[in-house]
Design a protein. Structure first.
Ligand SMILES: Nc1ncnc2c1ncn2[C@@H]1O[C@H](COP(=O)(O)OP(=O)(O)OP(=O)(O)O)[C@@H](O)[C@H]1O
Length: 433
């Protein structure tokens, strides 16, 4: 679900000069531009010669600031807030709610059920505060268990947002969820409109959001291999949406707090409140939005200026997400000093100067394989973040590039298996379930 517009306007005038000191010991691992150009010729071998670095444990406290910094290509307008201040940071540390591996989706096939209020009340123990797992702009999210044993997430609209606007978003989410089904998308089970209650019932994904993992709210550091796998999962999900039968679906809010992880760290894209189906006859850039939707820091600058929505807006957001995955940092961090922020724009600048290593999350190992994959991922991010959509790759192409990165990364690690993350199970194909 999406929150309605929280604020609008604003343009960052600050020049972004993050403090190198904030990237603990990273300067020691800076790669030279000659090395970078070499790596393009023979990436695996060059990366194998790269420095071996340090491993920093997961200790950084989570960011939770509110912010209005639009520094990624000076994006000028916002809807909600990439700092996640409003919706994240809410209900972690309650491990019983996040449960065990047995908590993941089971038994129930996806498909629309018109739930009764009695079923929902039973599943959520009358919306017990103990079962509250999140809060978004749309309302509160509860964990529940259906009669057949299936764990679900029940999204309950706030009474204060029972207006026309939220009604449209509710219907939009229902329409989209009804249509789609993919391993890397949160499954839709059903919904309920009952008196003044509007409820959406979806698959319960037990391991929190990607943003929480990047902030180490679940303990262990998400290693590089797992992050690469997450990027591929998200690329698969969004490719599926964009290539969906006759009418592509544009998600419009790809961001780390909308990506949920399973107990095996498989990623599932959630939150279709803003999603839009491109109807027959609409060509790439013919749709003019009446209202810009999305989250500050992830918004396509061309969409912001033209109000024309295309699949390439998701590609732009995905580029921001790629930077987030390798840096571990939010795209917007208002509480930090300007010089300490790591924006996608700054990361791209460092990459272009041959200094990619400086942006790597200090909690990740500076190993040849990681250094190699970092460069390759930033190279892809640079394409995704192109100011003009015509210069951005399609999402399917992003997935293909990421497969190749993973293949070379595997080679560098000396592994022979397609899955790099110690506990993930995955396939190479972009397939519908
Ligand atoms: N299917 C789910 N399984 C497990 N937890 C979920 C699920 N859906 C949502 N949550 C939890 O509830 C929180 C709120 O989700 P929701 O989609 O309503 O809002 P949001 O996207 O975080 O916020 P906003 O829409 O205002 O930006 C999520 O951050 C997550 O922690």
């Amino acid at each position: 679900m999406k929150s309605p517009s929280k604020f609008s306007g604003g343009r960052s005038t600050a020049s972004q000069t993050p403090d190198r000191a904030s990237n603990a010991s990273s300067s020691a691992y800076s790669s030279s531009s000659s090395q970078r150009s070499n790596s393009r010729r023979n990436p695996v071998k060059v990366a194998a010669r790269s420095v071996k670095g340090v491993f920093v444990a997961c200790f950084t406290p989570p960011e939770s600031e509110n912010t209005r910094d639009f520094s990624v290509y000076d994006t000028p307008s916002v809807i909600s807030d990439a700092s996640g201040a409003g919706s994240e940071k809410k209900h972690r540390n309650s491990s019983s709610l996040y449960g065990t591996s047995n908590d993941s989706t089971r038994l129930r096939d996806p498909g629309i059920t018109k739930f009764t209020i009695a079923e929902i009340l039973k599943a959520t123990k009358n919306f017990s505060p103990n079962l509250k797992i999140g809060q978004g702009g749309f309302g509160t999210v509860y964990k529940g268990q259906l009669q057949d044993g299936t764990y679900v997430a029940v999204k309950r609209a706030k009474k204060s947002v029972y207006d026309k606007h939220s009604g449209v978003e509710f219907q939009s989410e229902i329409n989209t969820l009804t249509e789609v089904g993919h391993l890397n998308l949160v499954k839709f089970y059903g919904y309920l409109v009952h008196e003044d209650e509007k409820l959406v019932v979806v698959e319960y994904v037990p391991n929190g959001t990607l943003r929480e993992h990047l902030e180490c709210m679940h303990g262990a550091v998400l290693d590089f291999a797992a992050r690469l796998d997450v990027a591929i999962d998200v690329a698969h999900a969004v490719t599926y949406l964009h290539m969906y039968s006759d009418h592509p679906i544009i998600h419009r809010d790809i961001k780390s707090s909308n990506i949920l992880l399973t107990e095996k760290n498989r990623a599932k894209v959630a939150d279709f409140g803003f999603a839009r189906m491109v109807t027959d006859g609409e060509s790439d850039a013919t749709h003019i939005s009446t209202q810009v939707k999305g989250t500050a820091g992830y918004l396509d600058p061309e969409y912001l200026t033209t109000y024309q929505l295309t699949e390439k807006s998701d590609v732009y957001s995905f580029g921001v997400l790629l930077v987030e995955l390798v840096t571990g940092r939010r795209p917007i961090e208002a509480k930090r000093e300007l010089k300490e922020r790591i924006t996608a724009k700054w990361a791209m600048k460092k990459f272009s100067e041959g200094d990619a290593i400086i942006v790597l999350d200090p909690r990740l190992e500076r190993s040849p394989a990681n250094n190699f994959a970092l460069e390759k991922i930033l190279e892809l991010a640079l394409q995704c973040l192109a100011p003009h959509r015509r210069n951005r790759p399609r999402m399917r192409r992003c997935a293909e590039i990421l497969w190749n990165i993973r293949k070379d990364y595997t080679e560098l690690l000396g592994l022979n298996t397609p899955s790099l993350s110690s506990n993930s199970q995955r396939s190479h194909s972009i397939s519908e379930e």
